[in-house]
Design a protein. Structure first.
Length: 98
């Protein structure tokens, strides 16, 4: 969490979650996974498109201003990883879902 405490950290998580939900399409899934982690599933995007989207999101998160008790909590940083998810389709082999 932030040096300002758990409540300030919760404010950051809430703002980040709202930002992520606003930043993706209706067919995408944004989920909180663990304490400070989020998972985004882009079922119609290939890996290249997902990586480009991830970089745009990471850049925009740095611009997000989160206020707590009347003051900015400072710069938000994020580590983002893109990974294809394989699912057997019953046809000629696995199909990429990312």
């Amino acid at each position: 969490m932030t040096p300002a405490g758990h409540e300030a950290g919760d404010a950051v998580l809430s703002e980040a979650a709202s930002f992520l939900v606003r930043s993706f399409r209706a067919e995408d899934f944004v989920c909180r996974y663990g304490g400070e982690e989020f998972v985004v599933v882009l079922p119609t995007a290939d890996l290249i498109a997902a990586e480009a989207r991830a970089e745009r999101i990471r850049t925009k998160l740095r611009e997000l201003i989160v206020m707590y008790n009347g003051r900015s909590l400072g710069l938000i940083s994020a580590s983002i990883r893109c990974r294809p998810v394989w699912r057997q389709t019953g046809r000629s082999g696995p199909r990429l879902y990312s």
